[in-house]
Structure formats: structure tokens, C-alpha cells
Write a protein that binds this ligand. Structure first.
Ligand code: G3P
Length: 238
């Protein structure tokens, strides 16, 4: 089972910041996940929420700010650490790109608020020649459908929230339609039975977000192929 640092080592450093990825690397973690959003001037940056309320204490939406404006905003405020601004995804790739085994680009595009974000992400992956280690996912199904229509080769993960076991079959069908290699689901529905059904369709099962060693071990025993965790050293801590 692989451990994927969720928004970087976000249990130890402010999430989705350069520091969070440096810390993950320092811990020997080579699998990474970050959230991709787009600024007003079309730059791809990493940040989870669509606004800056939780991270910076500011009632502002990312889509309304240019990258130059964002650079002046401290999104580490919530973490009580040294100031950090939202990085360009390319700045994260400068840190992890050559060393990473797996880079999960989770594209945030609810309601299609960022037209063209999928194409732009794909362009970055191709330009940096990291197709082999990049895995795209999004809660917004039209975004991943569009990316698959543009590129037959890019690696895809099928990401879903609010899944109920009764609907696992139709979710798996959606995953197959985009030729996903992995199925990313919440820990609450990650039973051994559901993981078995996912494996039957030749999909890997990646579970989010798992922050206790005890739960990680249970999921490993249940057959999970990977977990997203804020603590990449989880297993060593016991
Ligand atoms: O991509 C896996 C996991 O990060 C999905 O949940 O809310 O952290 O984007 P969220």
C-alpha cells in the first residue's frame, strides 16, 4: 500500500504550500497530491478551498485574484506558522517533479468555474515530460471526461465524494468510461467488500483521508492500494 502525502505533508506544514512538499520529501515520501485551481489571470496554483476564508482569514475568491495579488496573501495563517502564499503548481513540480513516483493533480472545477483548467493542466504535464508519473482526478466529472477526450494516454483516477455502497456499481462504470486506473473514495465507504468489487474491475483503490496508523493498517488488510494522508510518516509513528 502506498502513502500519498495529501496536500503535501499537511499535518506538519500549511497545506498545498511549497513547505508542505519539502517536508513530505524530507520524510522520504515520493507520492504527492495537490489541488489545482486557476487565478483570474489564468495561472495554475495549488489551493484546496475556492476562497481564502479558512487559510488566510479573508473573504476573497481565488478566481477573482491575479497571481501577483495572491502572492501577497499569507495562507499559512490558519496553521500559525511562517507566512506562505499559494504556489504555482509549477513551483511544486520544481520541488518534487524529478523525484516523485506519483503526482496526483486534483483539479478543482465545481460548476465548471475554471474553463480550460483541464487542458492547461495537461499542457503542464506534457511540457514537463512527467506523463509517466502524473495522475489526474477531479470531483467534477465533466472535467475528467473532457481531458480523456483530449488525450487517450494520460493517467486518470476516478474521484468521488458522498458515495453510498448501493451506488458503487454506477460509480465504477463512470470510472471505466474515463479509463481510470484508480478509484479514489472516502474512508467511510472503504470496506473490504467494496475494495474487492473495485479490484474486480481492475482498478486500484485509493482511500482519503487517513490520518491514524491503526486505520491505515486496517485498510491495508482490507486490500487498499493507497491512502491519502496528512502524515506521510504515519506507519513509522505506530
Ligand atoms: O484527492 C483525494 C482527496 O484529497 C479528496 O478530498 O476534499 O481533500 O479534495 P479533498
Amino acid at each position: 500500500m502506498i502513502l500519498i502525502s495529501h496536500r503535501g505533508a499537511s499535518g506538519y506544514a500549511p497545506e498545498n504550500t511549497k513547505r508542505a512538499f519539502e517536508v513530505a520529501l524530507e520524510m522520504g515520501c515520493l507520492n504527492f497530491e495537490f489541488d489545482v485551481q486557476m487565478t483570474k489571470d489564468g495561472k495554475l496554483i495549488a489551493h484546496h478551498d475556492y476562497n481564502l476564508k479558512r487559510t488566510a482569514g479573508l473573504d476573497l475568491s481565488l478566481k477573482d485574484l491575479t497571481f501577483d495579488e495572491l502572492k501577497k496573501i499569507n495562507i499559512a495563517r490558519y496553521f500559525n506558522s511562517l507566512p506562505e502564499c499559494p504556489p504555482l503548481i509549477e513551483e511544486i513540480l520544481d520541488i518534487i517533479g524529478t523525484r516523485a513516483d506519483l503526482i496526483n493533480f486534483e483539479i478543482k472545477n465545481d460548476g465548471g468555474i475554471y474553463p480550460g483548467i483541464g487542458e492547461k493542466t495537461l499542457d503542464v504535464i506534457k511540457r514537463r515530460k512527467i506523463m509517466d508519473r502524473s495522475l489526474i482526478s477531479s470531483f467534477h466529472y465533466p472535467t475528467v471526461l473532457k481531458i480523456r477526450s483530449l488525450d487517450k494516454e494520460v493517467r486518470m483516477g476516478y474521484l468521488i465524494h458522498g458515495l453510498k455502497s448501493a451506488f458503487l456499481g454506477s460509480a465504477i462504470k463512470e470510472a471505466k468510461k474515463i479509463n481510470a486506473e484508480s478509484f479514489h473514495m472516502n474512508r467511510k465507504v472503504a470496506s473490504a467488500g467494496n475494495i474487492k468489487r473495485i479490484h474486480k474491475e481492475e482498478l486500484a483503490a485509493y482511500i482519503y483521508t487517513v490520518n491514524s496508523a491503526e486505520e491505515a493498517r486496517k485498510l491495508e488488510a482490507a486490500g487498499a492500494d493507497g491512502i491519502f494522508t496528512n502524515f506521510p510518516d504515519l506507519m513509522e509513528k505506530g
